[in-house]
Design a protein around this ligand. Structure first.
Ligand SMILES: [Zn+2]
Length: 427
């Protein structure tokens, strides 16, 4: 696999397509996620048969498409099946969370080849975290017998607001030390591939829309409940980033002006009252006051509690843990109800570490949304758990990176720092 990959990748430049028809062909083949017959492509796209045939031939020559057998006969000559071969190049997909890193290698068609993850603390700062990310990518490349130059795009999800034009984090509340850190530069010395950065919840929404429970659902809200709370919004099949890139920043909606101080500097944000740190804090208070003997025993033994401890206590029907989790679910559901009234989505997907505590949270979110949203908006509104779970982020960053390198309207790779990125250096 490696030799072939190297040969192709060296001839590719970003963006990988040359005109609108090539972009449409690649988008169609990617969307199908399986080989598509040339006859079906001609049927689906508006360009002429001759133009599509010519551009398919060009894409095959560039190594972005390959013939993968023949379609079933529909009378007459059997049409060749077209797919995106692994040799078209690899995507390094990175999902940096507040408390974990997930890294994956995928094909340009977003097929997950390998992934690995580990606990990590984003507060350690960008240099150690990104160094670790690069080591994890190298390990996966070795495992796949591939080289750095086979990587044609890098996608990175981060748990903070990302300014779209520059790809820079801007005053991220839970990421001290990352404000305007040039993440793209961190890869520039070792990879010639362009780097695309987005908020972690946006990419999770993309992942779930691409290959999870929301596949084929074109209006959805993905809510991540973890150390922070955020949402990714897909409208008409496209991610809605907003003008600056911070649409969906759901966790900093005020639910109680007299509530606790939030990491963003305001008081009573949803995140400060319902995310993992708030849940743990309340559980520790319960334990100290002797309201939950199991949590008290755990706290005495370890000196602190974790979200996992609270989740396990809730699963064992501990009254305190269940009450805290239900309260969190109710606050999230009430806030989400407003978003439902504004956006009228056709599905809500819940993901992130806190969502794994079990049914109690989801039940409370559902009941609050159904109670407080307009009846017409909730008439047919499934509220479901993420299907991709811990790989939603890497699948989503892969989808983002693939769309960008195959799009003529790609976001610019400019930024104020000195790094030369987005320009292939001949590896
Ligand atoms: Zn806040």
């Amino acid at each position: 696999m490696s030799d072939e990959l190297v040969g192709k990748a060296e001839h590719q430049r970003y963006p990988l397509v040359e005109d609108k028809v090539q972009a449409e062909i690649m988008a169609h083949v990617r969307a199908e996620a399986r080989p598509v017959s040339k006859a079906r492509l001609i049927e689906a796209l508006s360009s002429s048969r001759g133009k599509i045939s010519a551009e398919v031939a060009r894409l095959i020559e560039k190594g972005l498409l390959a013939e993968e057998g023949l379609a079933e006969s529909e009378g007459g000559r059997r049409s060749p099946l077209l797919g995106i071969p692994p040799s078209a190049g690899l995507i390094a997909a990175v999902d940096i969370g507040a408390t974990s890193i997930e890294v994956a290698l995928t094909t340009l068609g977003n097929e997950l080849l390998a992934h690995q993850g580990e606990p990590s603390d984003v507060r350690d700062g960008p240099v150690p975290i990104l160094n670790r990310v690069k080591i994890l990518i190298s390990e996966l490349l070795d495992e796949q017998a591939a080289k750095r130059r086979d990587v044609i795009a890098i996608g990175v999800g981060v748990p903070g607001p990302v300014e779209q034009a520059s790809g820079l984090l801007t005053v991220p509340p839970i990421m001290p030390g990352w404000d305007r850190f040039p993440i793209r530069d961190a890869f520039a010395g070792e990879y010639a591939a362009p780097v695309f950065i987005d908020n972690d919840v946006n990419v999770m929404a993309l992942g779930e829309h691409w290959g999870g429970v929301a596949k084929g659902v074109d209006d959805l809200i993905f809510v991540k409940i973890g150390t922070g709370i955020g949402s990714g919004i897909i409208i008409d099949g496209r991610l809605h980033r907003g003008t600056q890139g911070c649409a969906g920043d759901f966790g900093h909606i005020c639910v109680d002006p007299d509530g606790p101080l939030c990491s963003c500097g305001n008081s009573g944000c949803l995140e400060a009252m319902a995310a993992a740190p708030a849940i743990v804090l309340q559980a520790e208070r319960c334990a100290r006051e002797g309201d939950s003997p199991p949590l008290m025993a755990l706290l005495q033994e370890k000196g602190e509690l974790t979200m996992k401890d609270v989740g396990e206590a809730a699963r064992r029907s501990d009254y305190c843990a269940l009450t805290i989790i239900r309260r969190s679910g109710r606050l999230i559901g009430q806030t989400l109800a407003s978003a439902v009234n504004v956006l009228n989505p056709s599905m809500i997907v819940i993901g992130g570490g806190v969502s794994r505590v079990g049914h109690a949270l989801l039940a409370e979110v559902r009941s609050a949304v159904y109670q407080r949203s307009l009846p017409l908006a909730t008439r047919n509104l499934p509220i479901v758990m993420s299907e991709l779970d811990d790989v939603a982020g890497v699948v989503g960053t892969s989808v983002m990176a693939a769309s960008e390198v195959l799009s003529l309207a790609s976001r610019k790779q400019t930024q104020p720092s000195a790094g030369v990125v987005g320009v292939r250096r001949g590896a």
